[in-house]
Design a protein around this ligand. Structure first.
Ligand SMILES: [Zn+2]
Length: 178
């Protein structure tokens, strides 16, 4: 019995260390467009995208990215900056317009209504940074604690004809992180 207790203590200690390494740095950037207030929506999917500011200026300026979203009345719940900062644009309980015309593997087509959208800032040619990947994995782990998640998919998985994002990502390796 004593040995069992020791093993339990050790495993708890280990787990705590991992969690503190994953501590999230979230910056709120509340937006007024690209989303709808919702009550009691059931979230069971996470959709991963990539985006950058291609309207001139810094590719990875969060305010320019948000300005671009405003032009198209789209958004995401979270945008992850190159340094790993997680920007929250829309509360998880609310519905963000990030998926567009798309469908989940089980046939549901109103993907925005049941999902959380996460954008990684990358250009068409650059891969996510190490910090972005760390933040993405940590964020998804906390989302899985808050919601019963059935699918974690790429935008290109749910809209294969229209979408190719997230770009330059090694999906098979990424999937192992959450
Ligand atoms: Zn996308």
């Amino acid at each position: 019995m004593k040995l069992i207790h020791l093993i339990i203590l050790l495993s708890v200690g280990y787990h705590t260390t991992i969690l503190s390494q994953d501590s999230l740095k979230i910056v709120n950037k509340n937006i007024t467009f690209g989303h709808a207030t919702a009550q009691n929506r059931k979230i069971d999917a996470v959709i991963i995208h990539s985006t950058f500011n291609n309207s001139g200026g810094d590719f990875y300026d969060i305010d320019l990215v948000i300005k671009q979203f405003a032009q198209y009345n789209v958004s995401a719940h979270y945008v992850i900056g190159r340094d790993g900062t997680i920007y929250r644009l829309v509360e998880e309980k609310d519905l963000s317009y990030h998926a567009g015309k798309s469908s989940l593997p089980d046939g549901r087509t109103n993907v925005n209504s049941c999902s959380i959208g996460i954008e990684i800032m990358t250009s068409y040619t650059e891969s996510p940074t190490e910090q972005q990947i760390k933040s993405l994995a940590a964020l998804i782990k906390t989302i899985k604690q808050r919601h019963s998640i059935k699918y974690i998919l790429r935008h290109s998985d749910i809209a294969p004809i229209r979408k190719t994002d997230p770009w330059n990502t090694d999906w098979e390796s990424l999937k192992k992180l959450w």
